[in-house]
Design a protein around this ligand. Sequence first.
Ligand SMILES: [Zn+2]
Length: 360
Amino acid sequence: MFYKKCITISIIVFFVAILFIPNFVQANDNDGIYQALLAGKRIVKDRDFIQEEKPTVYLTFDDGPSSLTEEVLDILKEEHVKGTFFVLGQYVENNKEILNRIVKEGHAIGNHTYTHEYKKVYSSFSVFWEEIQQTEKLIYDITGVRTSLVRTPGGTYKNWDSFYFYYMDQEDYLIYDWNVDSGDSKRRNVSTEEIIQTIKQSILSDKLIVLMHDGTGHVNTVKALPEIIQYYKDLGYQFKTLSEKVEPIIHHSTPTRWDREDEFAAHLQFVRKIPPVLVTNQSDRLRKENNEDLYIKNMLNKQLILEEIIAADSQPINTTVEPSIHSVISLPAVYTWTLTKLLLLLPLSKTFSPFLFFDL
Ligand SMILES: [Zn+2]
């Protein structure tokens, strides 16, 4: 009889323990990933990319669509080459026809945020994310194309930290910097000749992603374009559009020039899909109380804050809560401890009570 009970209880304990597995794995993963990202490490999914057999150039045009985009499209059409347009959400609505023409003529569209305002999009990932979503929806509503190609304003260099890379990668966006800068936006009115010279002096490789601009004011880029195309044609390059199959070129660097806050809160928000309001409230509340120390302590005590946010829901957050068993004892330990307790205590107890297990 006693052994039968033991076996039954063992089975119950086993299944209860299994229920905890997702929590352990997720909590530990979050913590480990957060630490790695904080240390500046890149965490990326494994992806398959194509290897072009011929040297390939990817012409890219940023900051449009504008009236110049049509001139760029005319040139590309005439030269029978394709390009990629990283558009700004704010200009998309008033240039629907141009956007549709880009798609119709076989070019690719990429997302370049909505406002292009560095101070906004690099203030926190959630702001950047909102702009990407907003622009993506606009592009989709107009063209029916949902793009996963992204170029961040000014490029990732000194702007993106490992968190930006990680979140975007997790959501399957592909980020493209460039390895040839036409220099057409290094100051106002860069001459056509200078743009062409900059291109010609750039280092060649089998895969070139060329940065140019088709936003308002870049008349000289349009003028330089036919000669740029001819230059690459003469060198034997083929012209292609960017796609998910093209391995990104990125200029990853840490630290960034931006002093971002709330990274752990943002991290949790992303990985746990916690509504932004909850996370914002927490950090705001702690700061409003002028309690920077407590805030920092909680930032460091990530496991604790994780437990709190999960438990908090709409209740006030108790910042002094002790770490729960979830965060301090591993799964095998819970199992062994419970089983040991059961075996020790059961012979002493004439009537078995299931509550035996719950005073850990
Ligand atoms: Zn730009």
